[in-house]
Design a protein around this ligand. Structure first.
Ligand code: SF4
Length: 481
């Protein structure tokens, strides 16, 4: 099966129950944003821009759990911001699991290994030595970290931790191979850290998914190579969605990076060109979701928007009408359901936007549920076959695959080094000196950043200037298809 049986059965029961009760609109996935603070400043992310005045605010734990209980979505996507910065993330995950929900933690991957070491310290027994040995041999933990796991004190052993479970996925953000991903997240080394974290998670028995946003400059061939590599790491499934040019991200792109949003985000036509191979990928890789949504992305059908099925709850309340557009926030999910004029949004039968802001949107959070909730016999049968059918076999991790994927900072071709070379040729060899100013990822475990609350991307002035200059010279390293 593509998806474990127990969660699949739970989701099916949820749909049947609501249909039998005559509920026309109900929640399938809650996008729970306990905070908007992030340790990265990804190009294209609207959250840290739209909620820039409330970056320090947190949704209290009990309010997060109450929101999940109120909308009763069987799946919770804990996102943000970077959810692993949320001080009560472990208690939140445990609380949601106790409510019987399937929990995805949508993370940029930077703090994952730290969280897994904390789990190992709590769960340590001699039986864990074989996994620990493998982690050491693959350099996923250091000797010092292994000793800390073995000799954890009472306080570390009593911590609430995120344990492997069939009801939980790490959902790691990966937008391309090393060069592209690091460029999009605006920090070198993040791709490599994601790969290490995924590998560690699989050794420890966690379920791992990845989520990929496709932008205008993303090349289909690169994505295919990336999925092969992720499959070879043992990743359990992938979600993929076209990038959407929502206002906050658009404004940031113009102001900070001096780029035209039209050069970055996709129109509907371009999305369909980019996703023309998506159904073939559905056969090659464990893409999560419904065949109906894949057909929609490939331009073979139209779907209505069902944004009400994937509500977003954050520091200001229930965000309406959808994950990307904000016309207001409501106190309760039911209030939002009844007060929003849903038929003003989405697209009509011809695929034209009912609201001009919906014109180019094909995001999974709006359209995926429509395909999943379709009561049609064909859709139901195709969905059943797709999800209950066998998983595509995993790709083999070969040196060639590895070489093609690590095409950025690992081989000395990181975008910041390139920027430096572009801007100031005489300093082009001083990559390491530059890295100290803006690239502080935990290559060395002893210098791993703390995840204990508060986060800052530091002074990004130098990097922003360099990126703006790259934009001006056109030397992004990304080629259009
Ligand atoms: S079509 Fe997209 S932008 Fe419009 S309401 Fe639906 S999800 Fe939001």
């Amino acid at each position: 099966m593509r998806f474990p049986l127990a969660p699949t059965a739970k989701i099916a029961r949820h749909i049947v129950k609501n249909k039998l009760q005559g509920n026309k609109k109900f929640a399938m996935v809650l996008q729970l944003e306990p905070l908007h603070t992030c340790n990265l400043t990804c190009t294209g992310c609207g959250r840290i821009r739209e909620y820039s005045t409330s970056l320090k605010d947190l949704v209290p734990l009990d309010q997060c759990l109450a929101a999940a209980a109120e909308c009763d979505a069987p799946m919770i996507s804990v996102c943000g911001g970077e959810p692993l910065i949320y001080p009560k993330i472990e208690e939140l995950v445990v609380g949601l699991l106790e409510q019987g929900r399937l929990v995805y933690i949508c993370t940029n991957g930077v703090f994952m290994r730290k969280k897994m070491r904390e789990y190992m310290a709590v769960a340590y027994s001699p039986a864990m030595e074989s996994a620990l040995g493998q982690l050491l041999s693959e350099k996923l933990v250091t000797e010092k970290e292994a000793d800390a796991i073995r000799n954890a004190d009472a306080a570390a052993r009593q911590k609430v931790v995120i344990r492997p479970s069939q009801w939980h996925y790490w959902n790691v953000h990966v937008d391309g191979m090393e060069y592209t991903h690091d460029l999009i997240v605006e920090r070198e080394g993040v791709f490599k850290e994601c790969v290490l974290a995924i590998r560690m998670a699989k050794i420890l028995g966690y379920q791992v998914a990845t989520n990929t946003t496709v932008y205008r400059e993303t090349q289909s061939a690169e994505l295919e190579e990336m999925f092969k590599f992720l499959s070879s790491l043992g990743v359990d499934g992938h979600t993929i969605s076209p990038g959407y040019d929502y206002d906050a991200a658009k404004k940031d792109m113009v102001k900070r990076l001096g780029k035209d949003p039209k050069d970055f985000f996709l129109t509907r036509d371009l999305t369909r060109q980019k996703f023309r191979d998506i159904q073939r990928w559905g056969d090659m890789f464990t893409l999560f979701g419904t065949p109906g949504y894949l057909e929609f992305l490939a331009g073979k059908r139209e779907l209505a928007c069902s944004a009400w099925a994937v509500p977003t709850y954050n520091v200001r309340g229930w965000k309406a009408p959808c994950y990307v557009m904000t016309d207001g926030h409501y106190k309760t999910y039911s209030e939002m359901l009844t007060q929003v004029a849903w038929d003003r949004f989405g697209v009509d039968e011809k695929g034209c936007g009912r609201d001009s802001r919906c014109e180019n949107c094909m995001m999974h959070s709006g359209f995926e549920p429509t395909a999943a909730l379709s009561g049609g016999i064909r859709d139901s049968w195709v969905n059943f076959k797709y999800n209950f059918g066998s998983r595509p076999p995993a790709y083999v991790r070969t040196p060639e695959l590895e070489k093609s994927v690590f095409n950025g900072v690992t081989i000395g071709k990181g975008h910041l080094a390139e920027a430096k070379a572009t801007v100031n040729k005489e300093l082009s060899g001083a990559k390491s000196a530059f890295a100290r100013g803006g690239n502080d990822l935990p290559h060395d475990h002893d210098h791993a950043p703390s995840s204990g609350g508060g986060c800052s991307s530091g002074d990004t002035t130098q990097r922003d200037q360099l990126l703006a200059k790259i934009g001006a010279t056109g030397s992004t390293g990304l080629k259009s298809e």
